[in-house]
Design a protein. Structure first.
Length: 320
């Protein structure tokens, strides 16, 4: 009997040790232009897996370069596409530089991009799809880095870094390389002709974290039937959805994508191209408000510097 009790106690203890992998949370921290607000240029998010793997998504213009004190350890940088507000052609001088509507983005990151500068400083991997890996590999090599740190995850494939599996999925959007990233006579020729370099289609991402959470990062996508794959194959429970209109899906189109196609448990709004909040509250009459009202699931607004925590089911358990 005593042996049975010991066995039962040991079994229960082992179960307690195993359970936290699904009880633990993924932390999501927006790195926007102004603390506590959701502003027009805000794109950047840090995802932190329960095991400590930290992924920076689309640093854009609101991460103050590789020395931004908010970055901390970065293991992976994801880039949805090459536009300056995602890859980072320029960036703010420091957090809170300028205003929400007009951030001071006077520091150039050309010809490297903020993505490359951050990856070099943090010794991080750059994971991209399409034809972007070769571009980033060349930039890393030219700056004394390791070209192998630019990793490919092309549509339908995936790579695992730390404990996070990273797959790329369709994003319907343009993906031109700014001639300023290319430089030299050829870059000038492209600029004079008004055209950009080609690195293939833009991408979205699906991340599977060690606690079981699956998150879909939309990039700047328009509506595409492929979004149903995010639901039917990947079973994403958390979505980061662009809502800005004009350059990306508008609030009504974005609501259609999450309500009728992806159907996550929760959504983080992204890429509003407007002053989305004032004093940390959603601005009345804004696209941000329209999307939040149209979506059938909880919509979480990415206030810069405010960490949100999500469980395996996509439920926000803190910070929302």
């Amino acid at each position: 009997m005593k042996h049975l009790k010991r066995w039962a106690a040991a079994t229960a203890f082992a179960a307690l040790l195993a359970a936290p992998s699904f009880a633990q949370v993924v932390k999501v921290t927006p790195l926007g232009g102004i603390e506590g607000e959701f502003c027009p240029q805000d794109r950047a998010l840090i995802f932190e897996d329960p095991n400590g793997t930290r992924i920076l998504y689309d640093p854009g213009r609101t991460v103050a370069g590789a020395n931004d004190p908010r970055l901390g350890k970065i293991d992976v940088v994801l880039v949805s596409h090459m536009h300056g507000d995602h890859a980072g052609n320029a960036h703010i001088k420091e957090p809170n530089a300028g205003t929400c509507e007009r951030p001071d983005i006077s520091v150039s990151a050309a010809p490297n991009t903020s993505v490359v500068n951050i990856a070099l400083a943090k010794k991080a991997k750059i994971v991209t799809g399409s034809e972007m890996p070769a571009f980033f590999a060349a930039k890393l090599r030219a700056n004394g880095g390791n070209a192998a740190d630019s990793m490919l995850a092309r549509f339908g494939g995936s790579v695992t870094v730390g404990a996070v599996r990273i797959a790329t999925v369709t994003a319907l959007h343009s993906n031109g390389v700014d001639p300023d990233y290319i430089g030299g006579p050829f870059g000038q020729f492209l600029k004079d002709a008004g055209i950009a370099g080609d690195v293939g289609p833009a991408t979205g991402y699906v991340l599977r974290f060690s606690n079981g959470l699956v998150a879909w990062l939309s990039g700047d996508t328009g509506i595409t039937a492929d979004h149903e794959i995010v639901r039917t194959h990947y079973n994403a429970k958390l979505a980061v959805m662009n809502i800005g209109d004009g350059f990306t899906t508008g609030p009504a189109e974005a609501a259609f994508v999450v309500n009728d196609m992806v159907r996550p448990a929760a959504v983080i709004a992204s890429h509003a191209n407007e002053v989305g909040t004032v004093g940390g509250k959603v601005r009345a009459g804004s696209k941000t408000e329209a999307f939040a009202r149209a979506a059938k699931m909880p919509v979480h607004i990415p206030l810069s510097g405010r960490t949100m925590e999500f469980d395996a089911a996509g439920k926000c358990t803190a910070g929302c």
